[in-house]
Design a protein around this ligand. Structure first.
Ligand code: GLN
Length: 485
């Protein structure tokens, strides 16, 4: 058998059912690879080998009894360290939560445990999910498996690098402004942000509550469909989760492109990497060849998306992060009185980017500025949602680049504004709530992966998965993999 860490989740469960492999053997292969290679990639903050072995042994027994729990039983997974795991440290990449051990599991973790997955550990991220390179982690730099001198993207850089480097079969990230789709593109894997409300946020440590969504990283589109099905659906513990039926995404993957209308996003090419433009244009030709009709689409207000996002997200963050006061949980610094203790705790516990966001957000919400900044940004948000609604009257999916460029070098983007520009194509779908997916669509001349971004109607993840699958099956990009040795 080929190295099992190269296989997709659905290939693994096929092998488990046929008896060609066991969850325990595959888990050992992953743990061995993590021990050998994660010193280079540094995708993991915590490896839960004991839990992984116990879950794998239980899965072995279910296969032996001919009663697996479903299409993910025995599949090794990594969780972004912003997802609460009962009894396992959940740091959010921050000193302030360095030793926080949640007393409960996030709903997505509970649901995947019920689906039989094997939890390998918790993976690195930008502090509180603020960033696009994972360089804002308080603990370690994560490397891109395609070129260890480069970033994996962010903020879900750890879970993306884990899947790309075959250090996990699948993983979960979170996407507030692009943090699943951008690292998916940079690492050459599939990354999906579901519709806002599709997946419960219970147990996800909040960054910007009206934008945050949890979604999968996977080695192919079928795996992303399987993971989404397992985590999606209404949850009484999250009032923003929506009670709409969860379709069998994997079942409709093969329906093809026929009859689908693809909207080709018109975008400003200033500052774009020409390799990305070329790859995306070629990908659109592939979709046409598969029978799609295409038409140009503009999202006129999306040009203001970044500006609106960088008001709304910090505003919500400044409120959400008020809870880290040294009293309830996490780090506590000594001070001469309560206020002094709180301010010392926050000064010591938060990194520079988090402090920048708290200041921006507090300013935008302060009296006298609220209407000028926050109120205005919310209006822009409404207009962006209307742009999408108008476009989706004529097309079924909108296609464009996931990012303006490919993975950059560690330390290359020190200017915060240069970092924020990474999110220009992903942020609009967070503001509107629409689902988006990044699927590999080629390589730069320097050999770095490029992502194709597909956005769909609200709660119509099925269509973007179907288009991504048709594209993936018509191309061979997924056969090219990074070599870590
Ligand atoms: N890069 C964006 C930010 O820094 C998005 C982060 C995210 O999606 N979590 O806010």
């Amino acid at each position: 058998m080929t190295d099992p860490t190269r296989l997709t989740a659905h290939e693994l469960t096929d092998a488990f059912r046929s008896g060609a492999a066991t969850p325990s053997a595959v888990t050992e292969a992953y743990l061995g690879r993590i021990a050998k290679l994660d010193g280079k990639v540094r995708a993991y903050l915590t490896v839960t080998d004991g839990r992984a072995r116990a879950a794998a042994a239980a899965s072995d027994a279910r296969y032996r009894a001919g009663k697996p729990l479903g299409p993910l039983d025995g599949v090794p997974i990594s969780y972004k360290d912003v997802l609460s795991t009962r009894g396992v440290k959940t740091t959010c990449g921050s000193r302030i939560l360095e030793s926080w051990v949640p007393p409960f599991d996030a709903t997505v973790v509970t649901r995947l445990a019920a689906a039989g997955v094997v939890p390998l550990g918790k993976s690195n991220m930008d502090e509180f999910a603020m960033g696009s390179s994972t360089e804002h982690s308080a603990f370690q730099l994560t490397a891109n498996p395609w070129d260890l001198a480069r970033v994996p993207g962010g903020s879900s850089g750890g879970p993306a690098a884990a899947v790309a480097g075959d250090l996990a079969a699948i993983s979960l990230g979170t996407d507030t402004g692009g943090s699943i789709r951008q690292p998916g593109a940079f690492c050459g894997i599939v990354g999906m942000k579901p519709t806002y409300g599709r997946v419960s946020r219970y147990g996800l440590v909040a960054f910007a509550s009206s934008l945050d969504q949890i979604g999968p990283f996977a080695k192919d589109v079928r795996d992303a469909a399987l993971v989404l099905r397992a985590i999606a659906g209404v949850d009484p513990a999250d009032a923003t989760s929506v009670d709409v039926p969860v379709p069998d995404y994997a079942a409709s993957l093969g329906e093809g492109m026929r009859g689908l209308r693809v909207g080709v996003l018109e975008y400003d090419t200033a500052g774009m990497d020409p390799d990305v433009q070329r790859a995306v244009t070629a990908a659109i030709d592939v979709l046409k060849g598969l029978g799609a009709t295409t038409q140009a689409v503009t999202l006129p207000t999306a040009d203001h998306g970044l500006a609106a996002y960088y008001i709304i997200a910090p505003a919500e963050a400044s409120s959400n992060l008020a809870r880290y006061d040294g009293v309830k949980y996490g780090l506590r610094a000594l001070g001469k009185d309560l206020i002094d203790m709180e301010s010392r705790t926050r000064a010591a516990g938060f990194g520079a980017e988090v402090k920048r966001r708290i200041m921006l957000g507090t300013y935008a919400l302060s009296s006298g500025y609220y209407d000028a900044y926050y109120g205005k940004a919310q209006k822009v948000r409404t207009l962006i949602r209307r742009d999408f609604d108008a476009a989706f009257e004529h097309v079924d999916v909108i296609v464009g680049p996931t990012t303006p460029g490919v993975a950059f070098k560690h330390g290359e983007k020190e200017d915060p504004l240069a970092m924020y520009l990474n999110d220009v194509f992903t942020v609009p779908a967070n503001l509107s709530g629409n689902p988006g997916i990044s699927v590999p669509c080629g390589f730069s001349t320097s050999g770095l992966p490029i992502g194709l971004h597909l956005v769909g109607r609200a709660f119509d993840e099925a269509t973007i998965l179907r288009v991504a699958y048709a594209y993936e099956q018509a191309t061979t990009w997924r056969t090219r993999r990074p070599e870590l040795a």
